[in-house]
Design a binder for this molecule. Structure first.
Ligand code: ATR
Length: 276
């Protein structure tokens, strides 16, 4: 039951109509028995500041931020956490009791949490990250902070690869597809394979003693993960990152840890409904 006491959290972005976030977050709030509801607002590019003003005026309990507002929100909030500051990108806004809005970025930590949930350690491991966009940068930053020994960034556009590798500090460098054969964990952090059978790189470089993770979650078993499984590598699909970054948002807003499985089921139900 939604009442006058119900707290509201919301996503801002453009587009938001097909976002999985409302289904996931409402399942999370329900799992905690919290009187919270989550919805999505279509906010046009250039209106991020006004959306934050609305958040203050309406007393929203939390905000998620997606394209095209992540950078603009990073400029407009009162304080940034280390990840959001390094990335100049905010995916989570938390209202502080003193009225300030705090900007966080849970994308990279969500990825690291999804690896942990799959039994994959980050500390001391070598990573090959394919891509240098927002998601890739968040992952480079997070695995480096989580103690990765080496982070090799492989990207179509070299200049962006250098910028992304710099986020990992001394353990970061730019590499080529051939280098993916000699790291322990390979990550596709591009959108290649989303809704298609495309491969982000030639999978013949993969080996059976590697872990191969994909941030693409639709289809869950991407062409890359299928090829990795054929080689005998362990695979981690992209639904985990999606769910864990959302669960970390709920922890920031409510101080509680929602049921990951319930959130994943809600996301899967939404994806299945879409396929019909
Ligand atoms: P996001 O912020 O969602 O991560 P993005 O900033 O558009 O998305 O970045 C997408 C990433 O996928 C980039 O690394 C992009 O490579 P470039 O930097 O060279 O543009 C990569 N990418 C997208 N389509 C690709 C393709 N067909 N082949 C190789 N890389 C691709």
């Amino acid at each position: 039951m939604i009442t006058g006491a119900t707290r509201v959290a919301a996503l801002i972005g453009s587009p938001v109509r097909h976002s999985l976030s409302p289904a996931m977050h409402n399942a999370g709030f329900q799992s905690l028995g919290l009187d919270w509801v989550y919805t999505a607002f279509h906010v046009h590019e250039g209106d991020a500041q006004r959306a934050l003003d609305a958040m203050r005026v309406l007393g929203l309990g939390g905000m998620s931020v997606t394209m095209p507002h992540k950078q603009a929100v990073a400029e407009a909030v009162d304080l940034l956490d280390p990840a959001a500051a390094a990335l100049h990108s905010v995916n989570t806004v938390v209202p502080h009791t003193d009225g300030r809005l705090l900007g966080h970025n849970t994308d990279g930590d969500g990825f690291v949490a999804s690896l942990a949930a799959a039994g994959v350690q980050v500390v001391g491991r070598s990573f090959g990250i394919v891509g240098a966009g927002g998601a890739a940068r968040a992952i480079v930053d997070a695995v480096a902070r989580a103690g990765a020994a080496q982070v090799v960034v492989v990207n179509r556009t070299a200049e962006r690869a250098h910028e992304a590798a710099a986020l990992a500090g001394a353990c970061g460098r730019v590499g080529s597809v051939a280098d993916l054969g000699s790291v322990e964990v390979v990550v596709n952090a591009t959108s290649v394979g989303m809704g298609s059978q495309e491969l982000p790189f030639d999978p013949r470089v993969l080996r059976r003693d590697q872990v191969v993770a994909d941030i693409v979650y639709h289809p869950r078993r991407t062409a890359l993960l299928a090829e990795a499984a054929v080689v005998g590598a362990a695979t981690v699909d992209g639904l985990g990152m999606l769910v864990h970054q959302a669960a970390l948002q709920q922890r920031l807003w409510t101080g509680r840890d929602p049921d990951i499985a319930a959130m994943a089921q809600a996301a899967e139900r939404e994806l299945a409904a879409r396929r019909q």
